[in-house]
Design a binder for this molecule. Structure first.
Ligand code: PAP
Length: 323
């Protein structure tokens, strides 16, 4: 006989599920994995954040293209200042300072201060769609989601977590890769399972295309102009014919490119938190770098995630999955 679990029983079950990710304690919270130090911010966001209809929220799994999308969205919205590229804000501020994560901003900021931010307010989050604050889902605010193929997403994450000061000295060896690859494939990664995260936002983008724009890192790499135009139209900041003639779109692509951002002094030597340096956000920025770190059996194992996605109708528009 099927039994119905109470909310408390569910929570107790979640509490039992604990694991580690590159030395950081995580546990399963309402169906997704959280690094313990992020819990306070996640709960504060879920409890206190009230979305405005004009808000723009960038959502992603970590290491799926968050920094890049933050720079593109910020530039699209603030492009009147673009004529002075050499003095652009990006020379002084990392994109994460310009579009804060809700999980970082909300616990530190009082409601009235958040309400006073001029529209459109720009925020980012790694929280899965189903666990977003209710007001984000029910208001008219817009969500841009960026996903990245799991092979590169995994490899990018492996490098990133070793950039934390507390992990300095650890090398990305086969043992570390194998151990974390197994977890990743079982869904045990920050904000994972991977497939739940991607599918949550993807389904909403199909059902409600005015609400969620679903982008792929690989698509942006392949055809940046096409996707930038889509993004600007979705955000109701479309490029005019005049802007197109003046190469504004090309300028934005160039300004926000990996090479350009990586070379900015603030990203070479700056630091926006106590855990790692800004340069941890800029490693290679390529599609297919996984091949330099994963064996074929490892890659096939990760590709099982893509098989699961295919079964429910999702496949990457810009990434070849056959190995
Ligand atoms: P986050 O979710 O913690 O903010 P995120 O920005 O999504 O991290 O991931 C960083 C990845 O994006 C890095 O990928 P890699 O490890 O494979 O190199 C980083 O290099 C890449 N990246 C950062 N900025 C850009 C950019 N402007 N263009 C392309 N890739 C970028």
């Amino acid at each position: 006989m099927a039994t119905t679990k109470s909310h408390n029983e569910d929570e107790m079950e979640d509490e039992l599920l604990k694991d580690k990710w590159f030395g950081f304690s995580m546990h399963l919270y309402h169906g997704f994995w959280c690094v313990d130090s992020n819990m306070e911010g996640i709960i504060a966001t879920q409890t206190h954040f009230h979305a405005h209809d004009t808000d723009i929220i960038l959502a992603s799994l970590p290491k799926a293209g968050t920094t890049w999308l933050k720079s593109l969205i910020f530039t699209i919205i603030n492009r009147q200042s673009l004529s002075h590229i050499s003095k652009h804000t990006f020379h002084f501020k990392n994109p994460h300072e310009l579009i804060p994560h809700l999980e970082v901003k909300v616990p530190k900021t009082c409601q009235s201060e958040l309400d006073e931010i001029p529209s459109p307010r720009l925020f980012a989050t790694h929280i899965p769609y189903l666990s977003l604050p209710e007001s984000i889902k029910s208001s008219k605010c817009q969500i841009v989601y960026v996903c990245r193929n799991p092979l590169d997403n995994f490899v990018s994450g492996c490098h990133f977590w070793l950039e934390f000061d507390v992990n300095k000295g650890f090398k990305l060896d086969t043992q570390l890769i194998e151990e974390h690859l197994e977890k990743y494939c079982k869904g045990v990664l920050p904000y994972g399972p991977y497939e739940d995260h991607v599918l949550g936002y993807w389904k909403e983008s199909i059902e409600n295309p005015q609400k969620v724009l679903f982008l792929e890192f690989e698509g942006l790499k392949k055809e940046p102009k096409t996707h930038l135009i889509r993004l600007a139209e979705f955000l109701n900041f479309p490029f005019s014919d005049e802007e197109a003639k003046k190469y504004v779109i090309d300028e934005i692509i160039e300004l926000c490119s990996f090479k350009s951002l990586k070379e900015m002094e603030v990203n070479k030597s700056g630091r926006i938190n106590q855990w790692y340096q800004n340069n941890a956000y800029f490693r290679k920025g390529e599609v297919g770098d996984w091949i330099n770190y994963l064996t074929l059996p490892m890659a096939k194992r990760i590709n099982e995630i893509q098989e699961k996605l295919k079964k429910v109708g999702f496949s990457f528009a810009n990434y070849e999955t056959d190995l």
